[in-house]
Structure formats: structure tokens, C-alpha cells
Design a binder for this molecule. Structure first.
Ligand code: BGC
Ligand code: NOJ
Length: 814
């Protein structure tokens, strides 16, 4: 069953009924001002940091889920009938409801009793504001007297404090209303130099800024007193809950359409120019007023929207493919790339499942997110790499997260996740291959954000690498620390206290438990670092990195191979985890995918055997589960992984992030059919037809799909913010389609299904547009390359020597 359809041409997903199984959301903004908007206009906004600069309030865990957001009420002033064109929370009967989620905008509208209304929400490029372009049409035969009420609820900035510290919060709310613009200025009197504003292009009949006056006592958003009576109260908030609501009255003739603009923004003033007059407590509006005035002019808004569209077309056009599979095309060409922008911006901080207060940006996550993002806006990737590296500790280790606003490491989850440092090498490698910008390695970067501690970025990579060599366990495999990629494999935690955090509790010294996964990651990092060294004036060091990598590879073979698959780990007792010797959790996905991805076992058959075991024990029609058999009880020595009921999350759920590792491994082993088959099992577009089972959005990946041990097998959870986005993009584009930025040029090494006759692609890479046509001539993956009509040896297309910017590449697969 479907709840909508893809409009591929317009790069939109069109939802055709409001009662989707879960809120199906979109992101507004892709630079500094962000919003989350659901298909019924639920959601919230923030500036840079979802915790520290929350602009509008949102109640997580609400009932229904999707309550509170960017509301516009329409009222028929003749009958008193009122509704929201976006359906929630009045749930009125609507005709022709549609929500079009597009690239950085959403348009939600419907018709009721001859009145059509629709709102396009978007954040203009380079601005800290969001626009609601509201259009109202009278399709009746008679004039319609209507009222329109906007409504948002302000958050008192720190979202954590806002949802807990009520004894204080109920007394601090402050607003100003000037020329119909509502200014939210809570805490501006003291240390804040920022405020929010909410403006309307139409002449106002009234306004409200105190929530409980607007709603009326004992009422909710579904029955605001002001809307019901058809008149605002002109309330001025002092304490309690400041909101912004405008009331506009209008009469529409038959066939008439009117547009009203609502604009919500964030603004900062210089610290010494906060007030006007200076000795007053009145917000200085000198610099904000021109911004407000500008965006209340429809032509400017239209222009800003066109700019946004052009911007996104430009980003997506960097890589476009035409394959025999529509699901591949629309994910690669539109939605997967788009999701990679969201994960780059948000990491795992703010979605409908990540509350924006629990986590900052993850060190591991953000580095991996670069794999799917770096080609779109390399300058921002560069900045992110330097920010991340600056939070690295002198030991080479890392804070697990940092706050985007302060760019400082956040100790909430601490460090000692022993895989963390290597992801910096992976991220920097991806950046270098995409851009060829070697200068980044010489950038001076602090350690732990300490002035004076600057060292070239290259030094950071060396310390990342060293970090593991300084932390080897009894089998010479890397010690796992607090956890590795699998946050829930907590082998040093041993927690028996309810509620204690698995992520911060350590009861063991950590000198025994080892991770085969980090072994694989280290081998990959060694190769990457050696390549970086060879290309950047450190050639003499390359051999050393390779030797360490080869040594680790040997160790993995000796102590990390279980006979039919790679072992997962050794626990604190030195016992195996992920082995045939275990009663539960005999085989895990991570080392199978990652060791092969690092090249281990491709020559000697281990890879093939491991992949056969994955197919036999872990693959399901809905994707590959994390391990089997699922843990049926809590194991003190394994930690959080065994805390989940079987089939969910890390305990044998289909953790989509690591499926692409196996997809890449299959492709590297030359099995394009297997790779694309696994790819399709979790591809959200390919699952659209089973939306009633999948339940999450069919246009983006979710973190997890319930595994075969779960009663809800096939049900996705936690959509949007997941490493799945970058890794699947990377797997399909770089390994199945095989279009792979390399240090020396653009490598083309596809491993496509046998039945595909070929595909076409356009890839802009380092200033050159490559028109690529791949044609299958045989059943294998051997590449014959023609560049501008000339046969070329190997599979790497080098930049044209003569400065041409258009290159035609023909690939024959034999
Ligand atoms: C989740 C993990 C997550 C970890 C850290 C766990 O509960 O299952 O996926 O990485 O928390 O927040
Ligand atoms: C989600 C986290 O964000 C990611 O860093 C981690 O690797 C996975 N969970 C697996 O535990």
C-alpha cells in the first residue's frame, strides 16, 4: 500500500493523504537556519544548534506524535467553520490533500467546502529565516468572508531547559509587537543578543502572543478560542508561553486567489547595540527591519524560491545516472543525495526521533557522512573536517560528539570509542579524492580546541593511526574501548544498575576486550594513509603504514577468522564474540562487511566464504540483520546490544548503516547481482509499495528495519539521520556503478547486475564534466576504457591535459 508517489521530474515526493503511518517529514534550510516539517505541518525550527538555539517549541513523545508546528487556521467567517489545510490538529474532512516534499521546501494544501489553501514552506539561501507562502482561493460561486490565523509557539531557546525548568520558564517569557511584527525576546534583557521575529505581509485584524489566551483555558491547538470566536485577543505575553499568531480578515470573490506571506526569522545584534534607545530595554530593530521588509514582498520571495531550486539542481546535477532500475535512479539522482545533506548538517542531532537535545554532532558519524556529501559542497566538507579534527585529543582519541554552536567537544558521552580516530582518516581520504586539495593536510589544527596546540592536519591523521597501535590487546587486535562502530557492544561496561548509561559506564580496565571490526577498519585506514602519504610529500612513510596494515591483516586472519566467517570480538574474559562457539550471536555482519571492504580475504577465498555465510545466516527479504541468533536475554558482559528485545536495533535488527558494507564487499568480490539485490532490499523507493509494513518515509533511509526475530519484521524506525544515507550512496555510486573518485583521477569500475545492459552517468569532478556510458559486452566486470574516443589502459580517467572541461568516457564491460 502507498500513501503517495514520486514526482521524479520535479524532484518531489507527493503524499496524497494526511494519515501516513508516521509523520513523513522534510528538512527546511541547509546552512544555518533549519526546520523540520512533517506532512501535516508539524515540527520546529532552530538556528545552527537544535539544543542551544531552538526557535520554536516542539513536544516530543506527544500524542498524536505530530502535534505542534507551523499552523495556519482558516475560518469561514459566515459559518464559523474552521480548519487547517494541513489537517492536524483539527482533523477536518479535506478534499485534495497533498503534501509535496521537495528539495528544501514543502508545500502542503487541501480544499474544504470550495476554499483551497496551500502553504509553501522554505528557507531562502543565506538567510536566517523561513517563509510560509500561503495561498487562498475561493472556488465557490459566491464571495467568501474568511479569517486566517497563523500560530507558532516560541521555545525559550535552550530546548533542554525549555522542557524541564518550568519553575523559572513560566516567568521569563517576553515579547514586543511593533508594526504587526511579533518579536520574541526572552532572555534578551540579560545575556542573549539574539531574538526571533514573526511577520505577516497582510494588514492585521489582530494578534496574539500569549498561548493560553489564544487557545483559551483548558483547550488545545485543535480548538483555539481566538479562532473559534473569529477574533484575536491582542494578548501580550508576560511569562508563561509566548507564541506568535497573526489574524487576517479577507473577502475573496468567486475565483479569486490571494497570497499572504508569513515570515519567521532569527536575528542577532552586536552586544553593545542591543537596545534602542541604548538605555532602554527595547530591542534594536535597525538591522532586522530591512530584512523583514524585503521578505514581505512577493517578488523577492519568488526569486528566493527560484534560487533555492537552482541551487539544488546544481548540487544534484554533479552526479546523475540513468540505469535500468528506477529505484536506483531516483535515490542516486535525488533523494539519497538529498538525505546526505541532512545527515551532514544534523549528524544525529535533530529529527522526529532525535530530539536535538541528546546529542551533538558525532565524530564518527560526521566523518562517515562526508562519504555521501563531499562531492556536493566540498568547501563545507573541508570546514567540517577541520572542526572535527580540532576536537581530537592529543592522544589521537576523540570526544564522541561536539556541539555545532560552540564547535567544542562535548563530554556527555565521553571518549574511548576506539574506532573513532580512524574515521577521520576515512573522511579526509574522501575529501582528498574528491577535490585533489592537498593543502588541507598542511592546515594547522588544534588539539582539544586548545590554542597553541596547533599541528598540521596530517599530524592528526598520524595520531589517529598511532592510537590503535598504542592500544592492542592480548591477540594483538585493537582493544575495543568503550565500544567500536557498534555503540551497543559494550564489553567493558558490566552494568547491573537500572538506567545506568551503557555509553558512559566502564567497570573494567579495558585491557582484554578486542574488536575484529576495528582490525578491519585499521587495515583500511592504513591503506588510505599510505596513499595520502605517497601523494603528499610523505612518501617515505607510506611503506611503514602499509607494513602495519599488512601485519594487522595477518592478525585478523590468525585470530579473527572463525572458520566460515570473521569473528566479531573477544570479550573481557578473552572469550570469542560472534563465533560458532557462542550459543547466541554466532555471526555478526560488521566484520564480514568491513574486513572485506578493507581488502582482507579477497585473494584467498575468505571473503567469498564470509559472504556465503552472510547470505545463509543473516540475509532476509527486508535486508541483512546485524547478528544471529539474536540475544534472548541480557548479558552483563556484552552490554546494551543484549538489552534490546530480539530483532530490534543492534540486537539482530536490520541496522541499515552496515548493509552497504556487505553491498560493497559483494561488489568488490565481483558479484554485481548480489550487491544490487542487497541494495534493493533496503532501498526505500523499492519498498514504497509496502509502505504499510515499512511505515517510514519511502524517500529516505531509516536507521533500522525490524529483523526477522521481531514480531514487526520489515517495519522501519528512526528515519533520516543515519549513516545509512552516506554509505548507501557511496555503495551504489562508487561500487555498484563504480564511479569512484581516486587520488589520480576518476576511476570507473562497475559491478552491475548481469542482466543490466549498461547505464549512463554524468559526473562533474574537479571542474570537468564526464559523460559516461557503460555497455555490457560480456558477463564479467573487466573494464575497457575509451576516453574521448581513445583506448586507455586501466580503469582510471585522468584529468584532460589540455584543460578541456567536457570528456566523453565509454566503458565496455567484458
Ligand atoms: C543506540 C545506538 C546509539 C547509542 C548512542 C543506543 O541506544 O541503540 O544506535 O548509537 O545509543 O546514543
Ligand atoms: C548510531 C550511531 O550514531 C552510530 O555512530 C553507530 O555506529 C550506530 N548507532 C551503531 O551502534
Amino acid at each position: 500500500m502507498q500513501y503517495g508517489y514520486f514526482d521524479d521530474k520535479n524532484r518531489e515526493y507527493v503524499i496524497t493523504r494526511p494519515d501516513t503511518p508516521l509523520p513523513w517529514i522534510n528538512y527546511l534550510g541547509c546552512q544555518a537556519y533549519f526546520g523540520i516539517v512533517s506532512n501535516t505541518a508539524g515540527g520546529y525550527s532552530f538556528y545552527r544548534d537544535a539544543r542551544l538555539r531552538r526557535i520554536t517549541r516542539y513536544r516530543y513523545n506527544n500524542v498524536p506524535f505530530d502535534l505542534g508546528g507551523r499552523y495556519i487556521y482558516v475560518r469561514d467567517d459566515e459559518t464559523g467553520d474552521y480548519w487547517l489545510p494541513s489537517w492536524q490538529p483539527t482533523h477536518s474532512d479535506l478534499e485534495q490533500y497533498t503534501c509535496r516534499h521537495g528539495m528544501g521546501y514543502s508545500t502542503i494544501g487541501s480544499k474544504r467546502r470550495g476554499i483551497s489553501a496551500s502553504t509553501r514552506y522554505f528557507v531562502p539561501l543565506d538567510e536566517n529565516l523561513e517563509i510560509w507562502q500561503f495561498t487562498l482561493s475561493n472556488e465557490r460561486q459566491t464571495p467568501a468572508a474568511l479569517s486566517v490565523f497563523s500560530a507558532i509557539e516560541f521555545c525559550l531557546w535552550d530546548a533542554q531547559d525549555d522542557s524541564t525548568n518550568f519553575q523559572r520558564n513560566f516567568s521569563i517569557g517576553e515579547v514586543e509587537i511593533e508594526d504587526g511584527v511579533i518579536y520574541h525576546k526572552t532572555e534578551y534583557r540579560e545575556r542573549r543578543d539574539h531574538f526571533a521575529w514573526f511577520a505577516c505581509s497582510a494588514e492585521l485584524a489582530g494578534f496574539d502572543t500569549q498561548r493560553d489566551v489564544f487557545l483559551g483555558p483548558t483547550r488545545g491547538w485543535d480548538r483555539p478560542a481566538a479562532v473559534e470566536r473569529g477574533e484575536s485577543f491582542d494578548s501580550v505575553a508576560h511569562g508563561w508561553a509566548p507564541i506568535g499568531s497573526h489574524h487576517v480578515r479577507l473577502v475573496l470573490q468567486p475565483g479569486e486567489t490571494r497570497q499572504i506571506l508569513f515570515v519567521l526569522g532569527y536575528h542577532e545584534n552586536p552586544k553593545d547595540e542591543k537596545f534602542d534607545p541604548p538605555e532602554s530595554q527595547i530591542v534594536n530593530k535597525k538591522t532586522v527591519k530591512p530584512v523583514i521588509a524585503g521578505y514581505l514582498i512577493p517578488a523577492n520571495v519568488d526569486e528566493a524560491f527560484q534560487k533555492l531550486r537552482t541551487y539544488w539542481d546544481g548540487l544534484l546535477d554533479i552526479c546523475q545516472v540513468t540505469t535500468p532500475d528506477i529505484h536506483t535512479d531516483r535515490m542516486v539522482n535525488v533523494w539519497n543525495a538529498y538525505q546526505c545533506m541532512a545527515t551532514f548538517n544534523m549528524s544525529r542531532s535533530a529529527s522526529f526521533y532525535e530530539s536535538g537535545i541528546g546529542r551533538g554532532l558525532g565524530f564518527r558519524d560526521s566523518n562517515q557522512d562526508l562519504l555521501g556529501f563531499v562531492h556536493m559542497v566540498p568547501e563545507r566538507a573541508r570546514e567540517r573536517i577541520l572542526d572535527l579534527a580540532a576536537t581530537q585529543l592529543p592522544s589521537g582519541g576523540a570526544y564522541h560528539q561536539y556541539q555545532p554552536l560552540t564547535k567544542k567537544g562535548n563530554n556527555d558521552v565521553g571518549g574511548n570509542f576506539n574506532d573513532d580516530p580512524h574515521w577521520l582518516i576515512v573522511g579526509v581520504g574522501a575529501y582528498l579524492k574528491e577535490t585533489g586539495d592537498w593543502s588541507i593536510l598542511d592546515e594547522p589544527v588544534q588539539y582539544d580546541n586548545q590554542p597553541g596546540s596547533e599541528q598540521p592536519l596530517y599530524d592528526h591523521l598520524q595520531r589517529s593511526f598511532r592510537y590503535t597501535l598504542d592500544r592492542l590487546g592480548p591477540h594483538s587486535l585493537p582493544l575495543i574501548g568503550r565500544a567500536d562502530w557498534n555503540d551497543c557492544l559494550n564489553l567493558n561496561c558490566f552494568s547491573d544498575t537500572p538506567g545506568q548509561s551503557f555509553q558512559t559506564t566502564t567497570n573494567k580496565e579495558g585491557k582484554v576486550a578486542e574488536s575484529v571490526f576495528i582490525g578491519g577498519l585499521f587495515v583500511l585506514a592504513a591503506k588510505e594513509l599510505a596513499a595520502i602519504a605517497r601523494h603528499s610529500g610523505h612518501a617515505d612513510e607510506a611503506a611503514g603504514y602499509l607494513a602495519e596494515g599488512a601485519h594487522m591483516e595477518e592478525t585478523v586472519r590468525r585470530h579473527g577468522w572463525d572458520g566460515e566467517w570473521f569473528l566479531r570480538a573477544y570479550d573481557d574474559f578473552g572469550n570469542k564474540v560472534g563465533s560458532k562457539e557462542c550459543a547466541e550471536g554466532k555471526i555478526f555482519i560488521e566484520p564480514q562487511g568491513f574486513c572485506i571492504l578493507a581488502g582482507i580475504g579477497l585473494e584467498d577465498g575468505l571473503a567469498r566464504r564470509a559472504l556465503e555465510s552472510v547470505r545463509k545466516y543473516l540475509a532476509t527479504p527486508h535486508g541483512i540483520v546485524l547478528q544471529q541468533p539474536a540475544y534472548s536475554r541480557y548479558y552483563l558482559h556484552l552490554g546494551e546490544i543484549s538489552s534490546y528485545p530480539p530483532g530490534y536495533k543492534e540486537n539482530a535488527g536490520i541496522f541499515c548503516h552496515n548493509n552497504p558494507w556487505v553491498i560493497i564487499a559483494e561488489a568488490m568480490a565481483g558479484n554485481g547481482d548480489g550487491a544490487h539485490d542487497y541494495y534493493s532490499r533496503i532501498n526505500p523507493s523499492a519498498r514504497e509499495a509496502i509502505s504499510d509494513v515499512h511505515r517510514c518515509e519511502p524517500y529516505v533511509y531509516a536507521q533500522m528495519i525490524a529483523g526477522r526475530d521481531a514480531p514487526t519484521h520489515g517495519e522501519a524506525k528512526n528515519s533520516w539521520l543515519t549513516g545509512t544515507a552516506a554509505w548507501n550512496y557511496y555503495a551504489i555510486v562508487q561500487f555498484i556503478l563504480g564511479i569512484r573518485p581516486a587520488y589520480d583521477g576518476l576511476q570507473i569500475a562497475p559491478a552491475i547486475p548481469e542482466r543490466w545492459t549498461g547505464f549512463r552517468a554524468v559526473r562533474r569532478f574537479r571542474g570537468v564534466t564526464y559523460q559516461i556510458t557503460v555497455r555490457r559486452a560480456g558477463t564479467g566486470n573487466a573494464v575497457k576504457l575509451m576516453v574521448d574516443g581513445q583506448a586507455v589502459d586501466g580503469d582510471v580517467v585522468r584529468a584532460p591535459a589540455d584543460g578541456r572541461t567536457e570528456v566523453v568516457v565509454g566503458v565496455t564491460l567484458e
